[in-house]
Write a protein that binds this ligand. Sequence first.
Ligand code: BGC
Length: 746
Amino acid sequence: MNKTTKAETAVSILTESEVAERVEALLRQMSLEEKIGQLNQVGGADFAPGPKAEEQIRAGSAGSVLWVNDTKRFNELQKIAVEESPSGIPLLFALDVIHGYQTIFPVPLAMAASWDTAVPEKSQAVAAKEARAAGIHWTFAPMIDIARDARWGRIVEGAGEDPYLGSAMAAAQVRGFQGSDMTDPERVLACAKHFAGYGASDGGRDYDPVYLSDTQLRNIYLPPFAAAVKAGVATLMSAYMDLNDVPASGNRFLLRQVLRQEWGFDGFVVSDAFAVGNMVIQGHARDGREAALRGIQAGLNMDMSSYTYTEQAAGLVADGAVTVSEIEDLMRPILAIKVKMGLFEHPYVDEDLLAAVVARPEHRQAARWAAQRSMVLLKNEGGLLPLKKDIKNVAVIGPLADSMESTEGSWMVFGHTPAAVTVLAGIRAKLQDAQVTYAPGPEIRRDIPSWFESLMAEEAPKQPQTAEDAELAFQTAVETARAAELVVMVLGETALMAGEAASRASLDFPGRQAELLKAVSDLGKPVVLVLLNGRPLSINWAAEHIPAILEAWEPGTEGGHAVADVLFGEVNPGGKLPVSFPRKGSHAPLYYARNLTHSPEDSPMYNPRYWDGLPVPLYPFGFGLSYTTFAFSNLKVSAPQVRVNDTVTVSVDVANTGEVAGDEVVQLYIHQKWGSDSRPMRELKGFKRITLQPGETKTVTFQLGPDELKYWSTNAGQWIQEAAEFDIWVGADSLAALHTELEVVA
Ligand code: BGC
């Protein structure tokens, strides 16, 4: 097998016309079957249907392979493609590298909570380096679906509820994965998914249909994809579900009109797994033939593992439903990417590389830094945090306190072995001289198990704990807490309670965790609650009764160290919620950027919206505390009145009014007071995370111009910027009170 060194892998950057020439030359040598083969992505895992990967590759029926995570096997499969298949075109190897390959970073929702685009950019650059060293060319990330319904399990994979924050995080991830050009041997191709609207499934139920108006699509769900395309993302993945009754993988409006015609995207689109064939199950296409036709006509380039293209496309050409040139058009961008990456020159991976790359200490340092920056301090009554290191006796309690899987979080499948520093391990490392006791309490598990368990490296799931064992575990946890000076409770959801096929109706703590929290709180000791979770939880009782709450999300390999760094004050937390925390699952979807109504929130008539509890969030979007305090003042607009298309500068002074250095995320929100369409009562249009020393003041500026002030109008049927008045707020979260105004005139 070829061994490559870094010097050998240097690939020259080709011009667009050089790439096109090579693609055309290849195309001339290929049979129709081979061309169709390039549109096929073969599932290399046991659960995948279809003929064995080796057979399909040898026959020239494979453009790409997914669900293999084995460096040796990559080279073996590639050798078949290069040496034994008719045209010798190398394969693209793809895998879900969502927030780290071996060094695991915080889940994407957590990275968004950093409100610092350097976090996803640097994290995904490390993920790319490790994955590429393993032989992976292409990751199915970033997932950039806006999610406003906390019941939807996949909220963990994205950047939360807001299109502005989501777009910034989307572009940063693309830069991190791909770098500046495709020849870089330490980068991977990114894939923006799931195009589009998947996060708005009915009732938050995964895969259920999505109904979105043009306004919602254009203003909320599409912007992160537009940002990814602008950042140069090489590929997109079409979503599973029906969007306004048309499956996303056969959706001409999305794939042709928006993506190619309006945005000028020139990469390729892969379907979600089996999604082309699924158009039959979905009750959309009559049979496989029609499903393939829908996909091809919509401009879907690659069929992920349903084999509908390989089974049907030649027949469609034979009976004239599809032309050869339509097939070639779908294939060109796939070949172009292989050419640009230099895969023809360097198809193999050096099998010795991975061990050296994953051992780099800077990768773990980056993971710890990313986790530190992602943490959100939700409550800190009486300054309980940071804790003093001279504490003698701490109890760490909860089913997630020593769970590596839940510390690493979602998507740890395909042979990944968890190796995280848990919260317990992190606290023990920090308190070498103290007694740190531990009790998990009763186990937690899903009522209906996840199919993904079968893909995890762990051995088969054990039998559920009996009620007696659970009771014993409960009592042991309470007694362990009773014997300590201070208790750290680590509660939340296990990794597979969020993610794909992991929606839930309630946002309460699963299992007996809430009961355990109350029992421990009743002991009268200081209690710190650390949350490990991939979605907002309804923690109303805790918010009222527990003095200190730290949202740590699923923080990754170094998560336990990062939690301990924050708990003991070596790091001052500065993250902010990228999503509103509802008081109940039944309040979802709940988001800050709602329209006003005829009866605003503060009106004495007709309110509250529900008579059985306030539907306002427990913690608002953008919220997060610090060990210091900040004051905002002197909010100014460079001109109170401007013309449409002009840009103004908004400035504000932010002071650290506390005793320690800290980070504040300065957030700018606008509201267009009237117009062709009703506009949300607040919309984020700028943010900056800054560090301030005690007593220090900084002036922070934002630009507000057409990009920020325009919107897609239902009434106008297009993007417009209007002459209107705007409210502007700048502050520490989406309830910011410091206000000014701007008038835009024609
Ligand atoms: C998921 C995608 C993922 C694909 C490949 C699907 O089930 O929806 O997000 O990339 O599988 O693993």
